[in-house]
Design a protein around this ligand. Structure first.
Ligand code: NDP
Ligand code: GDP
Length: 333
């Protein structure tokens, strides 16, 4: 049997490196689509020690020809589309570009697959943000969408075009409707990493306070390394499908902050938290909680890392990171 090969878009992001590592461990040849950057952005691949084990191919979701070129070069059996403008507040600032990459970019990938090799299996990184103003609790594959940001709206387009290519052309295309997932590799602008990094810096006297928005917002948070396994499992099924991937628990921003400060022995977290209206959103998704029973039943998937363990892992990683940076700065290393 020929070797499994995968093409991952968004390999320089949070999920890309975890997925790449999982696939490499399973014996895949892994390629990643990367867009040109004026400064190196391969740090996350380096942190997982896989920088030299993946092939990087230049391309951009805004440019269909570059996706065709990438498929031609690496001939994947599986295509994981993780790329996109993924930060919700940014999507109000750049709604058109968000739509171009996070919505139309998916059609560019699907067209490339249809034209070059319709046997390629396709995974689309759909999002719980599609539920937005949630019409029922918990949210499952049958819950109607009501997106609350240009990002959520773009993701709804991506979800349906993925299903449309399945129904129109018989492609093996699947949507993972993933709820928030985090890790030490998460971008610093997202709430859990913003908190873990601020807590680490405050505990080391590098920062005074944590400026934050809506403390009462609730999310269903899980660990990215658990969630990429669900992506892979979806593409191993005989039939394509759409799956909610979630922890099934919901927690407030406040709870997350309390655990994070507690991890470094600062139990009086309120002393350090400053509510700043700049971090409120024009429209909020108040409560997200996923029902992943389909993924559990059909894929045999369940999360391994719980909420507290996740937050503490992120704080510990940021304390180490900040200490290392400090040591470098002080020329100790
Ligand atoms: P990140 O924001 O960490 O990574 C996004 C990746 O997309 C980066 O590698 C970025 O490259 C790349 N990218 C952005 N625009 C383009 C473009 N035009 N062409 C090529 N590459 C591009 O996201 P995550 O890893 O956290 O998430 C992966 C996917 O899953 C995203 O689509 C996200 O919307 C979705 N998702 C994530 C959830 C989460 O909680 N993490 C929840 C549900 C869905 P560069 O490094 O150059 O910026
Ligand atoms: P999202 O669910 O994809 O938007 O992920 P985020 O991690 O960016 O935000 C999670 C929740 O935290 C949202 O409900 C935000 O409104 C809330 N939140 C509160 N304060 C902040 C903040 O300072 N930054 C971010 N990013 N989110 C915040």
């Amino acid at each position: 049997m020929s070797r499994n090969t995968a093409l991952i878009t968004g390999i320089t992001g949070q999920d890309g490196p975890y997925l790449a590592r999982l696939l490499l461990d399973k014996g895949y040849e892994v390629s990643g689509l990367v867009r040109r950057s004026s400064t190196p952005n391969l740090e996350r691949l380096e942190r997982l020690g896989i920088r030299d084990r993946v092939r990087l191919i230049e391309g951009d979701l805004g440019d269909g020809g570059s996706i065709i070129n990438a498929i031609d070069l690496c001939e994947p059996s599986e295509f994981y589309n993780l790329a996109g403008q993924s930060f919700v507040p940014e999507s109000w600032k750049t709604p058109v570009q968000t739509g171009d990459f996070t919505a139309l970019g998916i059609t560019r990938c699907l067209e490339a697959i249809r034209l070059i090799d319709p046997e390629i299996r396709f995974y689309q990184a759909s999002s719980s943000e599609m539920f937005g103003k949630a019409q029922e609790t918990p949210q499952s594959e049958t819950t109607p969408f009501w997106p609350r940001s240009p990002y959520g709206v773009a993701k709804v387009y991506g979800y349906w075009i993925t299903i449309n290519y399945r129904e129109s052309y018989g492609l093996h295309t699947s949507n993972g409707i993933l709820f928030n997932h985090e890790s030490p590799l998460r971008g610093l602008e997202f709430l859990p990493r913003k908190v873990s990094n601020a807590v680490a810096r405050i505990s080391l006297d590098l920062q005074k306070d944590l400026q934050i928005g809506n403390l009462e917002a609730r999310r269903d948070w899980g660990y990215a390394n658990d969630y990429v396994e669900a992506m892979w499992l979806m593409l191993q099924q005989d039939e394509p499908g759409d799956y909610v991937v979630a922890s099934g628990e919901t927690h407030t921003v406040r709870e997350l902050i309390e655990i994070a400060f507690g991890r470094v022995g600062l139990d009086d977290y309120e002393k350090y938290v400053v509510v700043n209206p700049d971090f409120y959103r024009p429209a909020e998704v108040d409560l997200l909680i996923g029902d992943a029973s389909k993924a559990r039943a059909k894929l045999g998937w369940k999360p391994k890392v719980g909420f507290r363990e996740l937050v503490e892992m992120m704080v510990d990683a940021d304390v180490e990171l900040e200490k290392t940076k400090l040591a470098v700065k002080q020329n100790i290393l």
